[in-house]
Design a protein around this ligand. Structure first.
Ligand code: GDP
Ligand code: MG
Length: 164
């Protein structure tokens, strides 16, 4: 069994649209556990450590700068979600990166719709409501960036007897 923890952010567009509760509900109803949660206004330095040089390698410097503006543009809801294969399970609930391609039933597919072509023409990142760590390496880096150890809560959910 791979019990994992992963970082989730409701990005500034999601917070401004009042979608934090909707996002949390989708993880909770799947049996995934919130072990840390807070609302944060991030600064440039923090955003640069979140969207690292890895983003430049994958998408270019221009998109990285757009992402840093996006993430610092308003408060973000940050949380750590725990569960069996949590990284993969959470990414599945989130949906694929391009809103236009995201399947209905996923968070991105239910609350956003625009294409890369549209966002690129406006020189903005695809505003896709949510971030979730991509793999174990990213999850480790991102959880340490957003939370200190003493912000994580150790507790049992009432329905855990159906999982473990
Ligand atoms: P994610 O892990 O699914 O969020 O995707 P990535 O880590 O590859 O990209 C980070 C974020 O950059 C995405 O969530 C989008 O907001 C944005 N983004 C990614 N690719 C593109 C693109 O081709 N065009 C634009 N405009 N934004 C993009
Ligand atoms: Mg990513």
């Amino acid at each position: 069994m791979a019990l994992q923890q992963t970082l989730v952010l409701v990005k500034p567009d999601g917070v401004a649209r009042g979608l934090t509760g909707e996002v949390i509900k989708r993880f909770e109803q799947r049996g995934l556990k919130i072990v840390a949660l807070k609302l944060v206004q991030v600064n440039m330095d923090h955003a640069k450590q979140h969207y690292t040089e890895d983003i430049t390698e994958r998408h270019g410097e221009k998109i990285r700068n757009q992402l840093i503006d996006y993430l610092t543009g308003g408060p973000v809801t940050a949380m750590i979600i725990e569960g069996v294969d949590a990284i993969e399970n959470v990414r599945k609930i989130v949906g694929v990166t391009e809103s236009k391609s995201a399947a209905p039933g996923t968070i991105r597919g239910d609350f956003t719709h625009v294409s890369y072509a549209h966002a690129d023409s406006k020189e903005i990142p695809v505003r896709n409501v949510i971030h979730a760590s991509a793999d174990e390496k990213d999850a480790k880096h991102e959880m340490a960036l957003w939370f200190s150890i003493d912000e994580l809560c150790d507790y049992k959910r009432a329905d855990e007897s159906h999982v473990f």
